[in-house]
Design a protein around this ligand. Structure first.
Ligand SMILES: Cc1cc2nc3c(=O)[nH]c(=O)nc-3n(C[C@H](O)[C@H](O)[C@H](O)COP(=O)(O)OP(=O)(O)OC[C@H]3O[C@@H](n4cnc5c(N)ncnc54)[C@H](O)[C@@H]3O)c2cc1C
Length: 486
């Protein structure tokens, strides 16, 4: 198995990366954004476009973590089900939150257009690993009628025409979802931000902040900064400047691989061009670069070498699509995202002049873009829709103990999803076996019926023949009597 040295989702974007200088002088600005991922860069770009002077501090380099190493699928909504949201904040607020998430997706589409060349492709399929078509109809109606999301229900036959595997049943098709090359998008976003006037400093961690007073202070290893607003967009790595905030996120490492070119074997089993996720949250894959497969599934709550998961991903691909066999893995990559206890992102004001955009979890493309754009509007234009996120408080995620629990419950729920899938496939096979048995029973009954009908027919024919013989005999006797008489 060949594994390239790069850990990036896209090697080209990594090589295009240009180094930026660390901050080495004191500076006064309107806004200091801490963290150069999708959330921080979107916020910095939108604030500079509105006329603010903005500095963005990045402790390593732009795109080294999740924002530059993900599957690039832009989906509607959040990583939390719409039913859970309604339970928590009611129907009307859920609709508003849903509309905001859609604004995030629309934002990425517009910005991808402005950046150009980010490999945008359309459509996403959420496949069910259990045979539960009735539940699907309810969800489709709610998403379509109540939340204005374009959705289609796909029956199992249609799903299996697009994806040649018996593991999937029904699906929800999102024709307006799309995917991008995440690394190219992020580098493009940084370029747009700089063109709009944002000053980005790499290798510059914010080591402490003082959010008191009108002018807040940020300390970096070799300079100090003063700003009217500080935005914490550091995901799980925020560290010392906001230890309490860091404690509200459970870090999850997710790993993905890109195969070597698979030629026609790939299009024989996967005829769908968009991205595919299973409803149990186990697998996520899509075709990239024509005939390669990009596949994510393993997760840990500790930092592991992505290369160590090449074999697991190879095995997973073979399990779902046996005809592909042992595919060759070209590169493996991974990143960390922060998972909140309630599953919703942390978006809002912590105190006057101190803001947070973080905790985007597995679905962080539309949501982090929306969060960045929304907080920029809040700070500069007074948009107060960030209050919609207030019911999702900062809840302690449980530190190291929480991670262990997270790993166990994560594996359990993914294990439960996998077990449910196995059960559904077993049920389907049992149903098929039962149907075959039923067909055989019917065939036997028909054959017996035919045999008895044929026997009855033959008996009738025999009887008729005997009657004919008897009649002939009687007729013959009558004729010979007539002849004798004559
Ligand atoms: C393998 C994988 C696949 C994924 N696929 C998808 C997908 O298909 N669709 C989807 O919607 N989501 C996906 N996600 C999730 C998504 O990538 C993340 O939710 C999102 O990128 C998080 O963005 P962010 O800006 O919050 O965090 P990050 O990308 O982590 O950026 C935060 C940045 O802040 C910097 N920072 C932190 N603290 C400091 C400090 N004190 N000083 C200076 N800088 C600091 C960090 O160095 C980092 O660069 C995936 C994630 C992974 C790992």
């Amino acid at each position: 198995m060949a594994i390239a040295a790069t850990q990036t989702a896209d090697g080209a974007a990594a090589s295009e990366r240009r180094g930026r200088q660390p901050l080495s002088f004191n500076i006064d600005v309107d806004m200091c954004v801490i963290g150069g991922g999708l959330a921080g860069l979107t916020l910095a770009l939108e604030s500079a476009k509105k006329g603010a002077s903005v500095v963005l501090l990045e402790s390593r380099h732009i795109g080294w973590n999740a924002s530059g190493h993900n599957m690039g699928s832009v989906m509607p909504g959040y990583g939390v089900s719409v039913h859970d949201l309604i339970d928590r904040v009611g129907f009307d607020n859920t609709r508003e939150l849903w509309a905001l998430a859609q604004e995030g997706a629309d934002y990425i589409r517009r910005t991808a257009d402005a950046i150009g060349n980010v490999g945008l492709s359309e459509g996403a399929l959420e496949v069910s690993t259990v045979d539960a078509g009735d539940k699907l109809i309810g969800r489709l109606q709610m998403l379509g009628d109540d939340f204005g999301t374009e959705v289609e229900g796909w029956q199992t036959d249609r799903v299996r025409e697009a994806l040649k595997t018996s593991r999937y049943f029904h699906a929800i098709h999102y024709p307006k979802a799309f995917q991008i090359d995440a690394a190219q998008y992020l580098q493009g976003l940084a370029r747009l931000a700089e063109e709009a006037g944002v000053r980005i400093f790499e290798n510059t961690p914010a080591v402490s902040i003082d959010p008191n007073g009108i002018r807040k202070r940020v300390v970096t290893p070799s300079a100090r900064l003063r700003a009217s607003h500080i935005v914490l967009a550091g995901n799980i790595h925020i560290g010392a400047p906001a230890m309490r905030l860091a404690g509200t996120l459970m870090p999850v490492w997710r790993y993905a691989a890109v195969t070597e070119p698979l030629g026609e074997a790939l299009s024989d089993v996967i005829a769908y061009k968009g991205s595919v996720t299973d409803a149990g949250g186990v697998d996520h894959f899509r075709i990239v670069e024509g005939d390669r497969l990009m596949w994510a599934s393993p997760e840990t709550t500790w930092n592991a070498r992505p290369q160590g998961f090449a074999w697991a991903i190879q095995r997973r691909i073979k399990t779902v699509f046996p005809p592909l066999g042992d595919v060759k893995i070209d590169r493996v990559f991974g990143g960390t995202f922060g998972q909140t206890v309630h599953g919703m992102p942390q978006i809002g004001r912590l105190r006057p002049g101190l803001w947070v955009v973080s905790g985007f979890g597995r679905q962080g493309l539309n949501t982090s873009s929306m969060g960045g754009d929304l907080i920029s509007r809040s700070i500069l234009w007074g948009d107060d829709r960030w209050k919609l996120f207030s019911p999702f408080e900062l809840v302690w995620a449980g530190g190291v103990g929480g991670r262990v629990v997270g790993q166990v419950t994560g594996s359990l729920s993914r294990g439960v999803a996998a077990a449910a899938g196995t059960l559904a496939r077993w049920r389907e096979q049992a149903r098929q076996r039962e149907q075959a048995r039923e067909r055989m029973r019917e065939t036997r009954i028909i054959a017996a019926r035919v045999r008895s009908e044929q026997a009855a027919q033959r008996a009738a024919q025999l009887r008729q023949a005997q009657e004919r013989i008897e009649l002939n005999r009687i007729e013959g006797e009558r004729m010979s009597q007539d002849e004798d008489a004559a």
